[in-house]
Design a binder for this molecule. Sequence first.
Ligand SMILES: Cc1cc2nc3c(=O)[nH]c(=O)nc-3n(C[C@H](O)[C@H](O)[C@H](O)COP(=O)(O)OP(=O)(O)OC[C@H]3O[C@@H](n4cnc5c(N)ncnc54)[C@H](O)[C@@H]3O)c2cc1C
Length: 482
Amino acid sequence: MYDAVIIGAGVIGCALAQRLSEYAGRFAVVERAPDVSEGASKANSGIVHAGYDAAAGSEKARLNVKGAGMMPGLCARLGVPYGNPGAMVLGFDESDRETLEGLSRNAVLNGVSGCRVIGREEILALEPHVNPAVVAALLVPSSGLVSPYELTCALADTACENGVEFLLDTEALGLSHDAGVWTVRTSRGPLSARAVVNCAGALAGVLHNQISTRPVNIVARRGQYYLLDHSVPLKFRRTLFQVPTRMGKGVLVSPTTHGNILLGPTAEDIPDALDTATTRGGLDDALKKARLTDPEADLRQVITTFSGIRAHEAGGDFIIGRVEGAPEGAFEAIGIESPGLSAAPAIGQELGDWVAWYLKLGRNLSYTAPRPLPKPFSGMSDAERREAYENDPEYGRIVCRCEQVTEAEVRRAIRRPVGARSLDGVKRRTRAGMGRCQGGFCSTRVMELLSEELGVGLEEVTKAGGQSRVLSAPLREAARDE
Ligand SMILES: Cc1cc2nc3c(=O)[nH]c(=O)nc-3n(C[C@H](O)[C@H](O)[C@H](O)COP(=O)(O)OP(=O)(O)OC[C@H]3O[C@@H](n4cnc5c(N)ncnc54)[C@H](O)[C@@H]3O)c2cc1C
């Protein structure tokens, strides 16, 4: 019997798991995918939004501002990349001035300080490569950047080190409640718990509507991106938004924490919440809009395209807390579209405390605070590299040339508490395969390391779990025979 079962290992489920692990209890996270951070939490803009745009008085506004305030300290404790370059919301039409002034007033209402509307001259002095047709902008000094999947993986590790069980490749199929006990029917058998927490992202509506008399309508809203190589000097220091639309924050041009440039995302409502395809039309749309900000955006620098699915609830706000219209002991964090990543530290903390209060849990006296992840080899000085090599000669073997990832780091990623089990798992924890060649050179070596560390044959190594084996059938036969 668990005290609480969390459904979904995105940034919200993992932030919640980390907070709950500070309490004495037995907790599990069930995740349908083979790894944590496989949903929206791996495919978003990675912006720590300041909180100027969410409707004043909404949960989105409150938790965005609170979470963004917690983010720098949390990332420092976890050793996760975070930056604070600031942002601008660009207006290209005289009529946009009014919208920008409105956003500035909303920022004050939401408790976001330092925002102000600036004119063309100041914009071009701060960001000389912006389209000179710009008219005005909202300058947002407190906007930040975070690596979303590195944050999620680090939160999961901390929770796991403090006793939370991660049941991956395990889908919650249904929920039922009897005599104060919840049963989570999963693809690997039933789990019993005193409380359940639905953090299932774009699929959360299915579980909510099974147990509540008050149905929700979660729309899958896809966003497609281009990702540009970091080998070219960054043209923009800040995140550059355009004035928001009815569908969200609009298309941005932004640096990432690792010095790439992102162009996107689109906003398309789609029927299938798992359809993360990119489309010609979607990418063309993203590029067209991005070129309003950066007319010179150069597709020769594109190294990959991807898409993520927002969980847009028809009411437009986050829904967090007890599940209304359901039996006792059911909690949820649903409709967590943008700025959900920014709000995650606050959502995890508040919801965790709420669940612990309901369960009457005491503090976990053996809780171990996270140790920051070691500095990546790519970010070390020569002296630090030498010292790392002297302590561990596997730092002397580069596996991924594009991102300068060493064998020591790949092995450590696999050995982490919620460790990598696939090429994509290694990629998200180390960046091996994230660079210009997209794994063309390093995948075979990473496969060998996965095979050695996990004690499985090369033929069993997958790109992303499940049936995604990397070797084709004849090669698998050959590898098995060796
Ligand atoms: C295109 C895009 C851009 C965004 N940009 C930003 C941004 O810049 N800044 C920001 O703050 N926010 C941004 N967001 C929002 C942010 O990414 C999300 O709010 C956040 O990732 C939501 O986390 P989550 O844990 O709720 O969902 P997810 O990360 O989707 O996690 C839900 C998990 O539940 C699992 N699951 C689903 N059903 C089941 C089941 N039945 N059983 C077991 N597991 C299940 C899924 O596999 C998934 O892993 C963006 C989102 C998108 C899509």
